[in-house]
Design a protein around this ligand. Structure first.
Ligand code: AMP
Length: 279
């Protein structure tokens, strides 16, 4: 069985013992309810590092919606069983009090890439992410940190964070893992009803069609409007945004010579889904 570490002191003792032997450490931060997307990150870490730590921590500071935090799926025993198949060397699953003890007052706050889209729709979200990622990097003494492109803006935020704060962690972005019908794997997918699950792949299909149209020379706005319409027709109750942005800064971009990304967030059946693809 994979050792489960609960305290920062124990995690650092483990990390120090590995470092003393010259072993490299990869960390895979997650909020649990693991699926193949998470496991692909852990497998990549396994291939590139001597030691792999997967963290399972539902970080209250990155939830702007208390209902979402309360409803967030938790399944540590099943997660451990999945991680044993990779395998990883340790699971770090601390209590909230261990990560944010009495008196905790520091926030890593970011402007720029953290502000639009998810930053706009979910105020405080990326400050919560930046704070916990900074802490997890420090606690795990990792050489490399693994993040999914599924959360593209988060990946850009973390890349910017390590540059700005000189954090000695090499951030690795990993491909989005999808279900057979194109739906990006997400811990929140388990909350979808059968009907919602059947319609959910339209998100990926719609942005893929829009990206194809834009590459074929159609006007950006028109292609995006059609994608939003297709989603509404399929039963999405709300399309929060579909945007074509500079892939790194996430600012509006109409320069096709720069790498661009189409990003979308939409609600189906009371579940908020996000996805993104290169354009
Ligand atoms: P979460 O548990 O949702 O916070 O995700 C933990 C990490 O797994 C993040 O870096 C996510 O981007 C990544 N991740 C989540 N879903 C996927 C997916 N479908 N494909 C690849 N990476 C993913």
């Amino acid at each position: 069985m994979t050792p489960v570490v609960r305290t920062v002191a124990d995690l650092r003792a483990l990390a120090r013992s590995w470092r003393a032997k010259g072993e490299t450490i990869g960390v895979v931060p997650t909020m649990g309810a693991l699926h193949d997307g998470h496991l692909s990150l852990a497998r990549r870490a396994r291939a590139e590092c001597d030691r792999v730590i997967t963290t399972i921590f539902v970080n209250p500071k990155q939830f702007n919606n208390p209902e979402d935090l309360k409803k967030y799926p938790r399944s540590e025993a099943a997660d451990a069983a999945l991680l044993a198949t990779v395998p990883v060397d340790a699971i770090f699953a601390p209590l909230v009090e261990e990560v944010y003890p009495e008196g905790f007052i520091t926030t890593v706050s970011m402007a720029g890439v953290a502000q639009p889209l998810e930053g706009h729709m979910r105020p405080g979200h990326f400050d919560g992410v930046a704070t916990v990622v900074t802490k997890l990097f420090g606690m795990s003494m990792a050489d490399k940190g693994y993040f999914g492109q599924k959360d593209w803006q988060q990946l850009q935020v973390v890349l910017r964070l390590v540059r700005d704060l000189n954090v000695p962690v090499d951030v690795v972005g990993c491909e989005t893992i999808r279900e057979g019908d194109g739906l990006a794997m997400s811990s929140r997918n388990v909350r979808l009803t059968v009907a919602g699950r059947a319609k959910a792949p339209v998100l990926y299909a719609a942005i893929t069609a829009a990206a194809d149209d834009i590459r074929a020379g159609h006007a950006d706005r028109m292609a995006i409007r059609e994608a939003a319409e297709a989603m509404r027709e399929a039963g999405f109750e709300r399309v929060e945004y579909i945007e074509l942005r500079d892939a790194e800064t996430l600012m509006p971009s109409d320069d096709p010579r720069r790498p661009r990304r189409m990003l979308a967030a939409a609600w189906i059946d009371g579940v908020r889904l996000i996805d993104n693809i290169p354009v």
